[in-house]
Design a protein around this ligand. Structure first.
Ligand SMILES: Cc1ncc(COP(=O)(O)O)c(C=O)c1O
Length: 385
């Protein structure tokens, strides 16, 4: 199935005789039956029938089909947020007494789930390791390790894991692998093709692409997805609304265009920054200065629009001035939307919290603006730093 077919055609002819070009938003909680027999048959398979929208809904189902096809997966589930997808997927694959091996510095709330809040309370142990070396992953696994959790690359320091090597090792050991693939989108990296079992995304970023929706997705084999659906998905109930599914579907129509533009603009901006005297270091997986550049080229087809800059100055007041004076780059959390954003680490790094990150980092998310305007804006503000 090619990309255009998935995005424009797949599943679109299932909405009755009116042939809408844009899919209807099935804003309904439930679906009625005209006979007890129909009702009985439907209820025997909640995943395949329209019964109740916590389980299945036509607008949501269309989105699942497209996302599964984009990842090259048999099936997908969508959730109320990326975190609902991540927590539901992890919880579905562990129980009390189990052990998880996770890469260090994953998305902050994933870290909270594993190390501070939910999992420790249920007697699940997590070893956080440097996943840039497969030996660390292998050495951390124990007889009770049930999940290896990856985020490649992660979203501040852009560390990567060798997906093929991890996939092969985990399959031999019978350990489930889960990856947060939000950075690359299914367009730039296809983890299932390297033997990873389950792929999660925050669809609030590039997949939705317009900063108007919070959403998440998990893709994998029918067997693994069905296991999540029958248990954590239906019982925890963190589902996506039909309206939000429609917004993500609309976002997907332009995903290839947006990703091309973002990747190209980011290349230009990173080139500009990498030779700037006020820049100490750039963390961008698709730049030759990245220690894992060769791995990035092996398993990702392109770099996306997120990168971090360490500025030369350690003067927080000057860094604040630089950030405050930018006109095109707005200051906000999140990333992957149409708008360019920055987040300086000095907004949240403080004694006792995130002390592994220096306070002179600025994370950039490149949007769809003219890269010349974005570079010009940076040039002007650098004069203040
Ligand atoms: C890499 C990554 N994964 C997961 C999430 C969580 O997604 P959501 O905000 O949709 O819950 C985020 C959010 O910023 C993220 O950056």
């Amino acid at each position: 199935m090619d990309l255009s077919y998935i995005i424009n055609i797949l599943g679109e002819d299932e909405f009755g005789e009116l042939n809408p070009v844009s899919p209807p938003i099935y804003q309904t909680s439930n679906f009625y039956f005209k006979s007890v027999d129909q009702f009985r048959k439907a209820i025997s398979n909640e995943k395949e029938n329209w019964i109740y929208s916590r389980g299945n809904n036509p607008t949501i189902n269309l989105l699942c089909k497209k996302l599964a096809a984009l990842e090259g997966a048999e099936d997908a589930l969508v959730f109320a947020s990326g975190m609902a997808a991540i927590s539901g997927t992890i919880l579905a694959n562990i129980k009390t007494g189990d052990h998880i091996v996770s890469v260090r510095n994953p998305y902050s709330w994933t870290d909270t789930l594993m190390n501070r809040k939910i999992l420790p309370g249920f007697g699940i142990e997590v070893s956080m390791i440097d996943g840039t070396n497969i030996q660390n992953i292998m050495a951390a696994c124990r007889p009770n390790t049930k999940v290896i959790y990856l985020e490649s690359p992660n979203s501040w320091t852009f560390e990567m894991q060798d997906l093929e090597a991890v996939g092969k090792f985990a399959r031999e050991k019978g350990i489930i692998t889960i990856i947060d693939n939000s950075y690359s989108t299914p367009l730039f990296q296809k983890p299932l093709s390297y033997g990873i079992d389950l792929v999660v995304h925050t669809a609030s970023k590039y997949l939705g692409g317009h900063s108007d929706t919070v959403a998440g997705v998990c893709c994998g084999s029918s067997e693994l997805i069905d296991k999540i659906f029958q248990n954590e998905f239906l019982t925890l109930g963190g589902i996506m609304s039909p309206m939000n599914a429609w917004l993500v579907l609309r976002g997907l129509r332009t995903l290839p265009l947006r990703m091309e533009r973002v990747s190209r603009s980011t290349g230009q901006i990173v080139t500009f920054l990498s030779s700037h005297p006020k820049v100490k270091r750039i963390y961008y997986p698709y730049h030759p200065s990245h220690p894992q550049f060769e791995l990035a080229k092996k398993q990702m087809s392109q770099g996306s629009g997120l990168f971090t800059v360490q500025v030369e100055s350690e003067d927080i007041a000057a860094i604040e001035q630089f950030c405050n004076s930018l006109k095109y780059w707005r200051m906000a959390v999140s990333w992957g939307g149409f708008e360019s954003l920055i987040i300086p680490s000095c907004t949240f790094v403080r004694p006792g919290l995130y002390t592994t990150l220096p306070a002179n980092l600025i994370r950039f998310s490149v949007g769809l603006e003219d890269p010349k305007s974005l570079i010009g804006d940076l040039e002007k503000s650098f004069e203040l730093l």
